[in-house]
Write a protein that binds this ligand. Structure first.
Ligand code: TPP
Ligand code: MG
Length: 541
């Protein structure tokens, strides 16, 4: 139960992200249903299974001025994979069979690749009061509660011929890289690192690829590319001849520009959901295949055909690893200071988060700082973010939805505007007694915009982009029964953070920063990285 449907939508989305199972959202009619739209849009683009059940008026009361009635037919437009306007309920065997089969259809449509939202609209005639005292399954269902039918999906499997052709092309590459964007498939990390080891090539891993945490081998994983690919000479000289990309489009802008710069390299995009996710339009091959199976079958084909993979230049891979090592030393040293800076939150969290934690990260600077400062570690830590549509709405609810489904440490890091946007979402923490530590990076406005060229236009920048809101969030957090601590030093932050993990419920730790100062610190760090890595390019490694 959640009173605000907009928050409820994102809460359900968080639950579905955590379980990877379709989550059901139910509401009454009218704008209640319309408030699910932002979450439905995010579910569509991030491929999360949601089943939206909306109540509606019967046909004779539609579009004739009846109260709380809006046109709900195809309300979510093309953002749902399947829509049905169901028949009025009827206690006949045929109609019960019909509605149960619709349930199977909804589950199958929402969870089949690529997963996404579906919408079933239910008309009801008055009386609308349920008789809960006599609530029982209809007799015709009998003892058998199994679905009326099952859907058997063969999945996307490439033919031997297709695999061999791709394996042959891959094995000829001298300077391959693997790029992993946001992806969450159990077992993928292990499988892609085995694949990269076979090719002997580096893996550029977005934090949301889940590759930076866990027990798999990380010897070939590059987690600092965002900082060193900013250096145009480096980006120019690291010339790949083959790029194999998995998952959604990576967060890093410098990585995007790097890939665009090398448009002559062959770009293979592997997509289990048969989508079209490559904004540069530069893919040479769009491969619709399940990623784990893809990695395994290419390795098999390379072995079977005795293809020579040693063509990957050793120097090429060593150069990437050395650049990564050097950049990481510089980033780690520079980001740590007693006076708080935003990037340090993620650096500290990659050390502080215990085994099995969930870390949800908001849009704006947090997801970018996650990319820059959250480095590889061997603990199982699951990372979440709403990267389908990159909205700053529903972040609090998304994290609470994840927390509702997992009995572990749950942490959310987000900016002040994102926090404000979904303050209503905090109600779920109180009502459902959820555990969540929120690290609120409060720079009083949209810090991300200070990095853009419009930051130079002083007279209107603050009003149109910076948008400071000057709120003291402590009152709101206390209203929902949470604790609120503002921290000003790292010692204090770490101590408060560790304490919050021992104290159940909602705990908010505010880190106050300044947007101008934040840009200065980031540029200083990137400058230092650039100085440290340039010599590596010319050095024999
Ligand atoms: C619903 C929605 N409205 C507006 C935006 C545009 N937008 C992207 S980032 C951002 C600012 C975020 O500010 P904050 O959460 O404080 O994070 P910061 O950039 O300060 O780290 C805005 C307004 C968006 N992504 N989603
Ligand atoms: Mg902010």
């Amino acid at each position: 139960m959640h009173v605000d449907e907009r928050s409820a939508g994102f809460f359900a989305l968080g639950m579905a992200k955590a379980t990877k199972q379709p989550t059901i959202l139910v509401c009454s009619s009218g704008t209640a249903a319309a408030n699910f739209l932002p979450a439905v849009v995010e579910a569509h683009y991030s491929r999360i299974p949601l089943i939206v059940l909306t109540a509606d008026r019967p046909h004779e009361l539609r579009e004739v001025g009846a109260p709380q009635a809006i046109d709900q037919v195809n309300l979510y437009g093309k953002f749902v994979k399947y829509f049905a306007d169901l028949a009025l309920p009827e206690a006949s065997e045929t109609m019960i069979r019909y509605v149960r089969t619709m349930a199977v259809r909804a589950v199958s449509a929402s969870s089949g690749a690529s997963a996404g939202p579906v919408h079933l609209n239910f008309p009801f005639r008055e009386p609308l009061t349920p008789d809960l005292s006599s609530f029982a399954l209809p007799k015709s269902w009998g003892a058998d509660k199994r679905p009326t039918c099952k859907v058997i999906d063969g999945g996307r499997v490439l033919s031997t011929e297709q695999i061999r052709t791709i394996a042959d092309a891959i094995s000829k590459s001298e300077r391959p890289i693997i790029v992993c964007g946001p992806i969450d498939i159990s077992g993928f990390s292990k499988s892609v690192v085995t694949f990269s080891a076979k090719l002997g090539c580096p893996v550029l891993a977005d934090p949301l690829s889940q590759l930076r945490s866990g027990e798999h081998d990380k010897g070939l994983i590059v987690d600092t590319y965002d900082s060193f690919l900013r250096e145009s000479e480096i980006a120019q000289r690291l010339k790949p001849d083959l790029i194999i990309r998995f998952g959604a489009v990576p967060t890093s802008k410098s990585l995007g520009l790097y890939l665009q710069k090398h448009s002559d390299a062959r770009l293979l995009v592997v997509d289990e959901g048969a989508g079209w996710r490559e904004p540069t339009h530069m893919f040479s091959d769009l491969i619709y295949a399940e990623p784990i199976q893809f990695c395994e079958s290419i390795i098999e084909a390379i072995d079977e055909l005795n293809l020579e993979t040693a063509s990957t230049s050793l120097e090429w891979t060593r150069k990437w690893i050395e650049l990564n090592r050097t950049a990481k030393i510089e980033l780690s040293n520079r980001v740590q200071s007693e006076k708080m800076n935003e990037g340090q939150v993620f650096f500290e969290l990659s050390n502080l988060l215990p085994q099995g934690s969930n870390l949800f990260v908001g849009s704006g600077m947090p997801v970018r700082d996650l990319d820059s400062f959250y480095f590889c570690n061997d603990r199982e830590i699951k990372l979440f973010s709403n990267r389908g549509a990159n909205g700053i709405d529903g972040v609090v609810s998304g994290a609470l939805g994840v927390s509702a489904m997992s009995d572990t440490v749950n942490v959310l890091v987000l900016g002040d505007l994102s926090f404000y946007h979904d303050l209503n979402g905090l109600l779920a923490a109180k009502l459902h007694k959820l555990n969540l530590t929120i690290v609120l990076i409060n720079n009083d406005g949209g810090g991300i915009f200070s990095f853009l060229p419009q930051a130079q236009f002083a007279p209107h920048f603050e009003e149109l982009f910076g948008t400071p809101i000057g709120l003291d969030f402590e009152h709101a957090v206390r209203m929902y029964g949470g604790t609120f601590t503002s921290t000003s030093t790292w010692g204090q932050f770490c101590e408060t953070f560790k304490r919050s993990l021992r104290e159940p419920g909602l705990n908010v730790i505010e880190v106050r920063t300044n947007r101008d100062e934040n840009v200065r610190v980031h540029r200083e760090i990137w400058g230092a990285v650039s100085n440290a890595i340039r010599p590596v390019l010319d050095r024999d490694v």
